[in-house]
Every structure is written in structure tokens, then in C-alpha cells.
Design a binder for this molecule. Structure first.
Ligand code: GUN
Ligand code: ZN
Length: 424
């Protein structure tokens, strides 16, 4: 067993923040080699329950759950900040050319290394990640995640039409490759496979149908795609599927809505779509820096909450502009202020934090596994040092309650604050 003493932030199952100004987190290694939380709470009470516990003291630091990025593209690490008029020209001019290079396993391995280094520098310990259409890109991702002992999900991108040579795959082979990769990686240690049709316009009906059948045969895998991000994209899908009620309904028709199905963006949905998300157990990956950068629109937090639709936060790098959860939470706050039906929201700092930790875990079907530091969950956590940034240090020192402390971190914090990352 190991004890860690510091300020301690956890979440209960309802998403309420639990805070101890002098806390103790106790972990123990299981027979599977994974460290889990066995106790947590106020130092005095918890310490009294564990005799001879070796305790690491991190005074003036905050222990918090590792952040969870619900949607990110590791092969787009090098195209962050590539401007375009909107999503579709951005895909054509930057994204597809960059992803074509991942046919080379050496390139994939090099970028995977950089990607995981960036995630961890920013305090992100779990991510649902797009690879590319090349199976080798998935192997590179999982090899690196395995080496670092992380809980990570990814999968081969399915895109058999409206895609350039070198990236476009072949329908039947793409499904065979996905099945092979599921057998190779899903459930191996803390790794999970995501069946990943890029988005409706780049898959044939046969490929989407095959993806749905694969998802039914492997109910514990994830499904990972994009929906209703951009108005031109929505129009394109309406042209391709003139008889289908909505863009989201296309995925429903192919059996691609269920628990552990994660759809990035979900901006241009109507109430029927939101009810469908809720009823199916599918989740939205809200990607505010990407949506602001590409001019896609604003996620409606109020309507999502009202519909009971699962949702959490995501960077969506390289459409997104930062790996930092602090930047993503701040962008989500801005979107809550101005991007809603009026009046705007002032999302609570602890709620923004929950959407990037325990709420994201719940949306991913990983409740009780990561994201909250609840007893029995895996010990993935960050140690934050507000004194690493002068202005934040002043501001945090003046915080009179947890919400003020978290808001100071969200507004003024960045990777400098992430002093240490401990993974299970
Ligand atoms: N829609 C289809 N592919 C992509 C992608 O790579 N990024 C974003 N943001 N949207 C997409
Ligand atoms: Zn994306």
C-alpha cells in the first residue's frame, strides 16, 4: 500500500466534488498489477485506519483524478493550428495529407511517442483516440500505450469513399482488419478497441453496415465517430441519405448507436436526436476549442442536460487547439456563456472539471474504473501545483472555497501546473 498526502479532489457518483484541504489517498496493487484506490478522505481519519502506511507528502499540492479526453486524433498532433474556411477544406488540405503518412509504421511510432508525452505533460491519463485508416497506426498507438501502462482506446479508421488514395480503404478488408485488431488489442491490459467509421460521408453503406455488425458481435468495444459538426457536412449527409430523418439517424439505421458509442461534436442536433442519444446510451464528445477554431458552432449544454444525453469534454486535436484540459474547460465555459439559447449559462468550475474526469468516464462506460478516485477505481491521478505560475499562485492563494480554486486553475492554469502524473 502507498499513501499520498495533499489537498484532495474526488467526485461522487452524482458528479459532486468532494474536497479535503488535508487529504490522504491510499492505493494498493492488485493481483493484475494495477494500482487501485483502497481508501481516501481527510488525512487524520484515513491515516488512523492504516498502520505503518508509507506516506508521500505533497504539501500545497492538489491531487485530482487524471483527465479524460473523450475524443482526440493522435495522427493530427502535427497539424494543430492549421487554418481553413471550415471543416471540409481543413480535412482536404491538411488532415488527409497528414494522415496518409501513417502508412509508414516508423512515422506512426514516432508521432505516437510524441502524442503520449504531450497527453501526460498535460495530465491526461485516458483518451479515446482516432488512429488512421492504416492498421499499423493502431499497432503503433497501442504498443506505446502498453509500454506506458495507460488506459487507452483507439481503432482503425474506416473510410472507403470520398477519401484520397493512400487513405481510402477497401470495404471488406477494412472490416477484416478491424476484427483482427479487436482480437489483438481489445481487453489487453487496460487497452480497449474502438470501431471507428470516420463519419457518414466517407463510408459506404456496406462499410457502415459492417461496422454495426462488428459492434453487435463485440458489445464491449467502443464505437467512435463524428456527427453534426458543421453545416456543410450536415447538408452533404442529407444529400447522401435523402430519406433518413437526420444525420444521427443514419448511424442509428446501421446499428451504430449504443452504450460506449461516442460521437464527437453533436452541435447541429434537434430534440429528437438528443432523445435518441439518451435512449440509446450513446455519448457526445464536446470539443469546444475545435468548434471555435473551425467555426463549427456551439454545443448546447442546456439542451443536452435537459435530454439526459451523456456528454463530456474532448480536445479534438488537431481541429482542437490544445492538449491542455485547462484550455478545453475554459473554452467550454465560454461556449456555455454565449453559445446557448438565452440566457447563457455560467457552468460551475467543478462541473466543468467533472465533464473532463468522472463525467467523461461515465459517458465512456468507464464509471467506477477511472475519473473519480472512488474506492476500487484505478489510481490514475495528477498532482497540481498552483504555485507554478505567478499570477495563478496569487489568485489561488486568495480562493475562499473549492469553486474559486478550480476556477483559478481553469482560467490561469496550463501544463506548468501539472507537476506529476501517477498512473495505475
Ligand atoms: N469529421 C471527419 N473527420 C474529422 C476530423 O478528422 N476532425 C474533425 N474535427 N471532424 C471530422
Ligand atoms: Zn475529431
Amino acid at each position: 500500500m502507498n499513501g499520498y498526502r495533499a489537498q484532495l479532489l474526488r467526485f461522487d457518483a452524482q458528479g459532486q466534488a468532494l474536497y479535503d484541504s488535508d487529504g490522504l489517498l491510499v492505493t494498493e496493487r492488485g493481483s493484475d498489477g494495477v494500482q487501485r484506490i483502497v481508501d481516501a478522505g481527510p488525512y487524520r481519519a484515513v491515516a488512523a485506519r492504516h498502520r505503518d502506511l508509507p506516506v508521500t507528502h505533497w504539501m500545497d499540492r492538489l491531487i485530482a483524478p487524471g483527465f479524460i479526453d473523450m475524443h482526440v486524433h493522435y495522427p493530427q498532433t502535427d497539424i494543430i493550428g492549421s487554418p481553413a474556411d471550415g471543416l471540409l477544406p481543413w480535412l482536404t488540405n491538411y488532415t488527409f495529407p497528414a494522415e496518409t503518412r501513417f502508412a509508414d509504421p516508423g512515422h506512426a511510432a514516432e508521432v505516437a511517442h510524441v502524442f503520449f508525452t504531450e497527453l501526460l505533460r498535460n495530465g491526461v491519463t485516458t483518451a479515446l483516440t482516432f488512429a488512421t485508416a492504416h492498421p499499423a497506426s493502431v499497432d503503433a498507438f497501442f504498443h506505446e500505450a502498453q509500454k506506458r501502462g495507460l488506459r487507452m482506446m483507439s481503432g482503425k479508421v474506416l473510410q472507403d469513399r470520398n477519401s484520397p488514395d493512400g487513405l481510402r480503404d477497401e470495404t471488406e478488408q477494412s472490416l477484416i482488419d478491424s476484427e483482427t485488431l479487436i482480437q489483438r488489442w481489445h481487453g489487453r491490459g487496460r487497452l480497449g478497441y474502438a470501431i471507428t467509421p470516420r463519419f457518414a460521408p466517407t463510408s459506404s453503406e456496406a462499410q457502415l453496415r459492417g461496422a454495426g455488425e462488428l459492434a453487435a458481435r463485440h458489445p464491449q468495444t467502443w464505437i467512435h465517430s463524428h456527427v453534426a459538426e458543421n453545416r456543410d457536412e450536415v447538408r452533404w449527409v442529407a444529400e447522401l441519405y435523402p430519406r433518413t430523418r437526420s444525420y444521427l439517424a443514419v448511424y442509428e439505421d446501421f446499428g451504430l448507436l449504443r452504450g460506449r458509442a461516442v460521437y464527437a461534436h453533436c452541435i447541429h442536433l434537434d430534440d429528437t436526436d438528443r432523445a435518441l442519444m439518451h435512449a440509446s446510451g450513446a455519448a457526445a464528445a464536446v470539443s469546444p476549442t475545435s468548434n471555435l477554431f473551425l467555426g463549427s458552432g456551439f454545443f448546447n449544454f442546456r439542451d443536452a442536460e435537459a435530454a439526459g444525453m451523456l456528454h463530456g469534454l474532448a480536445s479534438d486535436v488537431g481541429g482542437g487547439t490544445s492538449f491542455s484540459p485547462f484550455r478545453t474547460m475554459l473554452a467550454a465555459y465560454f461556449v456555455g456563456r454565449e453559445g446557448q439559447s438565452k440566457p447563457g449559462l455560467s457552468l460551475a468550475p467543478s462541473h466543468l472539471w467533472w465533464l473532463h474526469t468522472g463525467g467523461a468516464a461515465r459517458a465512456l462506460g468507464l464509471e467506477g474504473v477511472v475519473g473519480t478516485l472512488a474506492t476500487g477505481s484505478e489510481a490514475d491521478f495528477v498532482v497540481l501545483n498552483p504555485d507554478a505560475i505567478p499570477l495563478l499562485s496569487r489568485k489561488a492563494g486568495r480562493a475562499e472555497n473549492l469553486e474559486e480554486l478550480l476556477f483559478a486553475l481553469i482560467v490561469l492554469g496550463d501544463d506548468r501546473v501539472v507537476e506529476r502524473v501517477v498512473t495505475a
